[in-house]
Ligand binder design. Sequence first.
Ligand code: URA
Length: 270
Amino acid sequence: MTPEPRPTAAQLLAFYLEAGVDCALSDEPVDRLADPDLAQAPRETPSPPATVVTAAAASFLQAEAPPAPDAAIASAREAARTAATLEALRALLDDFDGCALRNTATKLVFADGNPLARVMFVGEAPGRDEDIEGLPFVGRSGKLLDRMIAAIGLDRTKVYIANVIPWRPPGNRTPTPQETQVCLPFIQRQIELVDPDVLVTLGNPSTQALLGTREGIMRTRGKWLDYQTGTRTIRAMATFHPAYLLRSPSYKRMSWQDLRAIAKVLQQAS
Ligand code: URA
């Protein structure tokens, strides 16, 4: 049998990218299967310090460590609460170090569209294209979202678009519940500041995070729900995420029903 030719570096990189590996954790590869100690150790377990650190080094190391979960959530709430405008909120997020996703992301993906829009769409988290451009929904699913919006006579100058998580999770992995909890106060404040007539959550993660639902998107989509900003109630509807529609185009029919219902409410409210 002829052995397979060795892949080139470019082919290997393309393979890693395709598999969602897009950042290096160390300069040297670690074969966790070959080393029995490493193979058994849970990946996240830090090894005990080999040397005694000075007080100055300890304070530097502490400053580098992400804040403990509860503290990060509390400081996110406090920071978001103080933002009087969308610009201030963006600046606060830019400085916020309570979510480690900012360290692997290229750019903060804050929002796109019109801050005075009457309808706001919220997705889950940016992907690769969004991370590069710093704008939400600019990749393949974004193109479909544009077509969905166009189908009800709107475009990005008439809607506002954001995500629950404003930094791309490495390799597009699912954000952890803790990452979602830390980012939640910021998107909640963003919704309050935009103050749309209609809030549309795209897909299950943003629906569950913002509307507090427990059921899947099949059950929650297409129904009018209330979103409480703290100062007022906004009409909210969950619908399919465009990435889901790209994989399952047969659900576009239901998505169209949701969009028509949204258009009708916008028309009535104007
Ligand atoms: N998916 C999302 O949920 N948000 C984006 O911005 C892009 C893809």
